[in-house]
Design a protein around this ligand. Sequence first.
Ligand code: ADP
Ligand code: MG
Ligand code: MG
Length: 252
Amino acid sequence: MLEIKNLYAELEDGSKQILKGVSLSVPAGEVHAIMGPNGSGKSTLSYVLSGRDGYEVTDGSASLDGEDLLAMDPEERAAAGLFLAFQYPVEIPGVGNLTFLRTALNAQRKARGEEELSSGDFLKVVREKAKSLNIDAEMLKRPVNVGFSGGEKKRNEILQMAMLEPRMCILDETDSGLDVDAMRLVSEGVNALRSPDRSFLVITHYQRLLDHIKPDVVHIMYNGRIIKTGGPALALEVEKNGYAELLAEVAE
Ligand code: ADP
Ligand code: MG
Ligand code: MG
C-alpha cells in the first residue's frame, strides 16, 4: 500500500533538512503507529506525503499502491485515496462544514468515475456518521472548524475521513486535545473504518491512544529517521522508559 524509501526532505528555502532517510512500508489492512519526541519530523513526514507546500523532497521515494505519490498534486493524492487528519486542523471561514464535506466527497467520487450522491443520501450518511462522533447538527452548519474547540476540530477531521473512506489514512496526533470520552469516540470511528484494504499511519505521542487503536507495528522516529520498529510492546516500552533509554541504545 504505502511504500516510503530513503525519503529526504527540507524546508523549501533550504534552511533546514528535516527528513533524513525515512523508510517505511505499510501493507494493506495494517495499522502502523509512529511515535517520537517533538521535533522528530513526524508532522513533516505527513505533510510531505500529502503534498503540502513549503517542503522540498531532495531524495528517496513514496508510493501508494505502486503509484508515485510525489509526482501527484495534493488533489490527485486525495483522489488516489490518501487522507491526512491534521495535527492542527485548518479553519475555513465562510465555508459551511456540510458544504465542505459534500464538495470534497463529490470531487472524490467524480475522480473515481462515480456518480454524485443526492443531497438526501448525503445528508443521511453525514448525519449518521456525525452522530457516532458526537457532532451535532449545529456544528455541521458552522464554517469549517471556525470557533471549534481542539477536540471538536479533531472529531471533525475524523468525520471528514469517515465520509471520504480513504484507502490510506494518516492521523497526526489526533489524540492531542481530546478528553477520554472524545478519544474513545474518535478511536471507535477509526476502528469502524479498519478493513483489509485500508491502512492507517497513526502518529501519536502517547501510548494510551494505542490502547484503543491497536497497531500492528510501531515505529519510533527521531531526528528525521525511523530508528526502531517493533510490535505494540515497543509503544509500552517507550511510555514506561521514555525516549532517552532508546536513543542511548540506538547510539551504541
Ligand atoms: P514533530 O511533528 O515530530 O514534532 P515536525 O515535523 O513538526 O516534528 O518538525 C520537525 C522539525 O522541523 C522541528 O525542529 C521544527 O521546528 C522544524 N520545522 C518544521 N516545519 C518548519 C517550518 N515550516 N519552518 C521552520 N521549521 C520547521
Ligand atoms: Mg510536534
Ligand atoms: Mg507534529
